[in-house]
Design a protein around this ligand. Structure first.
Ligand code: ATP
Length: 230
């Protein structure tokens, strides 16, 4: 579904990604793990077309989208869930859900959103400012699904959340996958990553250092946590 070929990115003279190549198949959940500064956020932003200083190819559903503007990639079904969650604090949950233009090929109805995120139905009249971190994360995911994304690019959705909420987010991601949405997510909690995802890439200093399956991540959990400094 997504094929990245020799993607490089820069911030001025500083190189953040070095010829990264990876693939994500339709229906998979794939994680990107790596130390702070390894280039994970830059990689997701490049896939969405949000980082200008980039070279290489991003192919989505068989078409080269490397030169398309972000909104045109969204129309084809790419959806970016930023780490700052990007919700409108002064609007209610439901207003946030109604706001994004329904651009992509498979938009979710409000009902479909509330089926998958029952907590958001309960909180539909609450303003963004009153939501917990977990509820904000759910709203941020739900907004992108509303736009009709077929591939979610999630920047560390579990960061700063309690273990119970992390589990809930995991359940939601699996549910989203069952509804035909593919997910590429940044995830530093390798234990959680191995329970929610199908495969993993380790990014180190802007390069793909390793590609791992769940069994390997489980077997090397301790070593990986040490490496990531967690
Ligand atoms: P983190 O989890 O800390 O966000 P990351 O793996 O997502 O880490 P990136 O944020 O993609 O890493 O950063 C990759 C490299 O690019 C780092 O060396 C970082 O310092 C640099 N970088 C990121 N954003 C900028 C920026 N706006 N200006 C200059 N350099 C940047």
């Amino acid at each position: 579904m997504l094929r990245i070929d020799r993607l490089s990115a820069w911030y001025g003279e500083a190189r953040a990604l070095r010829e990264v190549s990876l693939e994500v198949g339709e229906g998979e959940i794939v994680t990107l793990v790596g130390r702070n500064g390894a280039g994970k956020t830059t990689l997701l932003r490049c896939v969405m077309g949000l980082h200008a200083q980039a070279e290489g190819t991003v192919e989505f559903l068989g078409a080269d989208v490397s030169r398309l503007a972000p909104h045109r990639r969204a129309r084809r079904g790419l959806g970016y869930v930023p780490d700052d969650r990007g919700i409108y604090a002064n609007l209610s949950v439901e207003e946030n859900l109604l706001l994004p233009p329904v651009a992509g090929p498979k938009p979710w109805s409000l009902d479909q959103v509330y089926e998958t995120f029952p907590r958001l139905r309960e909180r539909r009249r609450s303003p963004g400012t009153r939501l917990s971190g977990g509820e904000q994360q759910m709203l941020s995911l739900a907004r992108v699904l509303r736009t009709g994304a077929r591939l979610l690019l999630c920047d560390e959705p579990t960061e700063g959340l309690s273990p119970l909420i992390v589990q809930q987010i995991g359940g939601i991601l699996r549910d989203v996958k069952d509804q035909g949405v593919t997910v590429l997510l940044i995830e530093q909690n390798v234990h959680f990553a191995a329970t929610v995802a199908d495969r993993h890439y380790l990014l180190a200093e802007g390069r793909i250092a390793e590609s791992m399956d769940n069994a390997e991540v489980r077997a090397r959990e301790h070593e990986l946590l040490g490496y990531l400094g967690i």
